[in-house]
Design a protein around this ligand. Structure first.
Ligand SMILES: NC(=O)c1ccc[n+]([C@@H]2O[C@H](COP(=O)([O-])OP(=O)(O)OC[C@H]3O[C@@H](n4cnc5c(N)ncnc54)[C@H](O)[C@@H]3O)[C@@H](O)[C@H]2O)c1
Length: 396
């Protein structure tokens, strides 16, 4: 196994978990150092027995201290664009967390950079692509056994602690996180675009803040057994003390409908304060139906004209982070991609398209209008082909 010298920009909880998974699956890794003003991932690394290396003053100082076999970017979303560009200039392979960038403008600019320059290999942490259950969903959709994909409904519902963490962490502010949907749901829409084999054509969405508000600050703060609620996880960089009385300006629930240009119609429901957690995809095709339960890691599929018991898969692995072994699977994929053995399961372009799809939902929620995505894709394609800087189309 090759030794990998790694530099980290943004040593938060996520990169620490990914590094731990890399070690767990057998990477021979050395973290040379990191850049982070308040590295919230340090205790996770220490628990995994990984030395974080040297603390560098800024990204330029770290990147000048190469060579690196991998630069890992796990900073808050608003910094991805800047950190990616710095890492491109340094020229080492990059693993960057999702969402690849935070805004439409950054998406076009990054598409242009990727088109015009010989950039180093770039792997985006859309980790669901590596999950065995998701691979099965994609394979079944591709096999044709579901027929034409007609309609689908999907959910992502988070428990109160997770919602409260989002309301206290930097994700609560648009300027850092982008939006609730961008940070949480770009994973799902990456997969939906992949199985639809198309792009979102029209999008409508409603979002709002009705849970983590000052008006609900006096609601009970304990669970039925007396244990404290809403404040368990360290909120980290720019964290707020109280989930109900922070300066949050992102939504805490959102619904959306999307029609893909390939014909698939999707409805999506997301909430950040539920007692019955769910991440579920129900796909109805002309010849069959598939139901994937991503929390319980179970899948069910049956042809339309078959009354026998459905085919059922239990992917067995369940972990409390709901990633259900995906981090380890992604760590194996990353090692294979770096070694040139096989392509990484998701491309930067896929990642940009997933982000733009979710941003169109946010535009609809903000304007109260259905968004025709054609101008957005035209601008994206122009940027991707010409390598020129494009501006965002004004809302329809
Ligand atoms: N793929 C997934 O499933 C998944 C899961 C969680 C988070 N993420 C993504 O990972 C990224 C990090 O999220 P997280 O949960 O680890 O958040 P976090 O708050 O735990 O970590 C973010 C880190 O960035 C650091 N930081 C702030 N400013 C910085 C700067 N100028 N330079 C370098 N570092 C800086 C913070 O101090 C913090 O340690 C986000 O983009 C998030 O969307 C992905």
């Amino acid at each position: 196994m090759n030794h990998h010298r790694i530099g980290v920009i943004g040593l938060g909880q996520r990169i620490a978990h990914v590094l731990s998974a890399m070690k767990e699956v057998g990477w021979f890794l050395e973290v040379a150092g990191y850049v982070d003003p308040s590295p919230v991932g340090l205790p996770i690394l220490s628990q995994a027995g990984i030395d974080p290396g040297r603390a560098y003053g800024d990204a330029a100082e770290l990147l000048a201290d190469g060579p690196f076999d991998l630069v890992m970017i796990g900073s808050p979303n608003h910094l991805h664009f800047e950190h990616l560009n710095l890492a491109f200039a340094a020229g080492y392979p990059i693993f960057a967390e999702k969402p690849i960038v935070r805004t439409v403008e950054e998406s076009y600019a990054l598409a242009a950079t990727l088109a015009k320059a010989a950039t180093p290999p770039l792997f985006i942490g859309l980790v669901m692509r590596s999950m065995p259950i998701v691979r099965e969903v994609i394979a079944r959709a591709d096999s044709g056994e579901l027929g034409d994909l007609i309609s689908m409904d999907a959910t992502e519902h988070l428990g109160p602690e997770h919602g409260a963490y989002l309301a206290r962490n930097w994700r609560r502010r648009q300027q850092w996180g982008g939006s609730f949907m961008l940070d949480k749901v770009c994973h799902d829409f990456d997969i939906f675009g992949r199985i639809a084999r198309g792009r979102a054509a029209q999008v409508a969405s409603f979002g709002g803040r009705g849970i983590f508000t000052a008006a609900r600050a006096d609601e009970p703060r304990t669970y039925e057994d007396g244990s404290p609620a809403y404040g368990v996880t360290n909120p980290g960089w720019m964290g707020a003390n109280d989930a109900f009385q922070s300066d949050m300006d992102v939504d805490d629930h959102q619904t959306a409908i999307v029609r893909y240009d390939s014909g698939l119609a999707v409805s999506f429901h997301s909430n950040s304060h539920v007692s019955l957690q769910e991440r579920r995809w129900y796909i109805a095709g002309t010849r069959g139906t598939l139901l994937a339960d991503l929390v319980r890691n179970k899948l069910m599929i049956r042809p339309a004209l078959d009354r026998r018991k459905p085919e059922r898969f239990d992917f067995a692995t369940r972990t409390s982070d709901n990633h259900n072994g995906a981090d380890q699977a992604m760590a194996i994929d990353l090692l294979a991609a770096l070694a040139g053995e096989r392509p990484f399961p998701v491309t930067p372009r896929d990642s940009l398209e997933a982000g733009l799809t979710v941003m169109a939902m946010d535009e609809s929620a903000a304007t109260g209008r259905m968004v025709d995505c054609a101008p957005m894709w035209a601008a994206f394609d122009a940027a991707s082909q010409a390598g020129g800087q494009m501006t965002a189309p004004s809302p329809a």
